[in-house]
Design a protein around this ligand. Structure first.
Ligand SMILES: C[S@@+](CC[C@H](N)C(=O)[O-])C[C@H]1O[C@@H](n2cnc3c(N)ncnc32)[C@H](O)[C@@H]1O
Length: 321
């Protein structure tokens, strides 16, 4: 999600796909904020203790639009999530819950949505969670009697999964090269994980199809593609189109040497449908959660004002024949 998207997802769930001003704001914050040392997490346990250092403030990254390939995107995002996992979990841990399955910043959870199936059907199922972060969704799945495996590119995110706890496997790997045999899982899911960050989403979708058993289902949420055209602002200024919806040029933050340190990729709605079809999966539903009255949260570009007018999250429900 963008900043102000899904808390921290994408840097914004509220930490989702960061972009434009929102991302710049994030960069500023990380450059000037004191390091969090021994700070309490918003979840149950203290955040991982870090030794005090006198690290010099990092220079602010440049936000731009330029091409970024598969390897560059993965390298940049692994580093970004390793550096920002602590902040993400502190900022969004309460909203996410340690063992809830939230699909996005609107607050739609799997208890209500049942996109992976009825709760009684989850029991005994092998489920792969992609871009799991601290594995909150996997923890919920385990509580339903499923057998989750939580995978993430970021080692630091998975350390947070360990901190919160659970007795399911954690795997540090890239969603574009899943380290599992064909047909290993009944279900796969991803809440704002991986898909918004990868240069080749078809590669990920083909990998997911490969590791699913026939009849398996993959459900993933991403920032709704329409959001790409709007500034990441929660107020009225976030309601005017400021960029082309059709411009697929990646959003890149880069350091002084021009090395990408954060990358976000845009696909239009049609691109997503074509990616799913080309990977051999079948799209069976597209859910656009409405902003509920109870959710008064505001972060980055996510707010009740925008949420009531334009969609913020797109959830794709796919099946493998
Ligand atoms: C916005 S966070 C979402 C985390 C979690 N699903 C949640 O809802 O809090 C995105 C996650 O995707 C992971 N990610 C990004 N690119 C990835 C890739 N290529 N493969 C696997 N995980 C990736 C990041 O490390 C990060 O933990």
């Amino acid at each position: 999600m963008r900043e102000g998207a899904h808390p921290g997802r994408i840097a914004a769930f509220p930490a989702q796909v960061s972009s434009q001003e929102a991302t710049r704001a994030r960069g500023t914050a990380s450059a000037t904020a004191p390091r969090r040392v021994g700070r309490k997490s918003t979840t149950r346990e203290p955040i991982i203790q870090e030794p005090e250092t006198n690290r010099p403030a990092e220079p602010e990254p440049e936000a731009t639009r330029r091409d970024a390939g598969v390897a560059e995107s993965a390298r940049a995002n692994r580093g970004w999530w390793d550096r920002n996992a602590d902040e993400y979990q502190v900022e969004h841990g309460t909203f996410l819950g340690d063992d809830r399955f939230m699909w996005g910043p609107e607050g739609l959870d799997e208890v209500e949505a049942e996109l992976l199936g009825a709760p009684e059907e989850l029991k005994g199922r092998d489920v792969l969670e992609i871009g799991a972060g601290a594995a909150q969704c996997s923890r919920w799945l385990a509580a339903q009697g499923a057998r989750p495996v939580a995978l993430d590119l970021s080692h630091r995110q998975l350390q947070h999964a360990l901190r919160i706890g659970g007795s399911f496997p954690l795997v540090c790997a890239d969603a574009g090269a899943l380290p599992f045999a064909d047909g290993s899982f009944d279900l796969a899911c991803s809440a704002y994980g991986a898909l918004p960050f990868v240069a080749d989403p078809q590669l990920v979708l083909r990998e997911v199809r490969r590791v699913l058993r026939p009849g398996g289902r993959f459900v993933f949420s991403v920032t709704h593609p329409i959001r790409w055209a709007f500034p990441d602002k929660p107020g009225p200024e976030g309601l005017s189109v400021s960029a082309s919806y059709f411009d697929r040029t990646p959003y890149v933050e880069q350091d002084e040497e021009g090395r990408a340190i954060y990358v976000e990729h845009h696909r239009t709605l049609g691109d997503r449908v074509r990616d799913i079809a080309a990977s051999g999966l079948r799209l069976v539903d597209l859910v656009e959660p409405e902003w509920p009255a109870w959710n008064t949260a505001e972060w980055g570009g996510w707010s009740p004002l925008r949420g009531h007018l334009i969609p913020g999250t797109a959830i794709f429900v796919c099946e493998r024949d």
